[in-house]
Write a protein that binds this ligand. Structure first.
Ligand code: DC
Length: 222
């Protein structure tokens, strides 16, 4: 693979999306939030009344998902779905459809197509293990469940929404368990991935660490 790819995998609410988007911007690379594809599929299925367990039907929908990423927004069938895919319920649906092997297979090539010049930064759960095993730099970005719950809590309160911290923490732990326990592409740190624990780090510090890893990989010609 000649185009440089940086993969950032990790559990939900770890901040990997924020870090990945800034790293992409700093390097002038493309950015793929792979979780948004699973979220779009869950939303699309909901709109078409297809159950989140209907594997064959969902795989068909995934193969022809009318998704687009333009102007910093996520589009489904020509409609801006950026907010709708962030709803808690759609997140739960995403984690259910993501556990189905036929769905993952249907989305594989679509994700690989994002690796075009000058480079790609992508975040998800299996970007370094399955989608881009030859990635130039692999990061496993995490933070404690307490810290992730607290960040999510602050985000919701900041948006003027109500939030229950113990409930958020429990949801995060449940989602981690589901993502790590599934049979296909479970969430785990690859042996060649750099562990980046951001519990005590600012976003800038996390971004700098990823950029340093990338710089080192350039220097060593990996
Ligand atoms: O990162 P996120 O919360 O937007 O992801 C939504 C769901 O999709 C999450 O439960 C895990 C799943 N997912 C996945 O299985 N593989 C990916 N590469 C990205 C997300």
């Amino acid at each position: 693979m000649s185009v440089p790819v940086i993969t950032i995998d990790g559990p939900s609410a770890s901040g990997k999306g924020t870090v990945a988007a800034i790293v992409a911007q700093r390097l002038g690379f493309h950015y793929l939030d792979s979780g948004s594809l699973y979220r779009l599929l869950a939303l699309h299925a909901r709109q078409l009344d297809v159950a989140w367990e209907a594997e064959d039907r969902l795989a068909e929908l995934a193969a022809s998902l009318p998704a687009a990423f333009e102007q910093g927004q996520v589009w489904l069938d020509g409609n801006d779905a950026s907010e709708a895919i962030r709803a808690e319920e759609i997140g739960i649906g995403a984690s259910k459809v993501a556990a189905l092997p036929a769905v993952r297979a249907a989305l594989l090539q679509r994700q690989r197509d994002f690796a075009v010049a000058p480079g790609l930064v992508t975040d998800g759960r299996d970007m370094g293990s399955v989608v881009f095993p030859q990635a130039r730099v692999k990061i496993f970005l995490t933070a404690s469940a307490e810290e992730r719950a607290f960040r999510r809590y602050k985000q919701l309160i900041g948006k003027g929404e109500s939030a229950n911290l113990p409930q958020i923490k429990q949801d995060i732990i449940d989602r981690d368990t589901r993502d790590a326990a599934r049979a296909v592409a479970p969430l785990r740190q690859e042996p060649d991935a750099f562990l980046l624990d951001t519990t005590e780090l600012t976003i800038d510090q996390a971004v700098d660490t990823v950029l340093r890893c990338f710089g080192q990989s350039q220097a060593s010609g990996v």
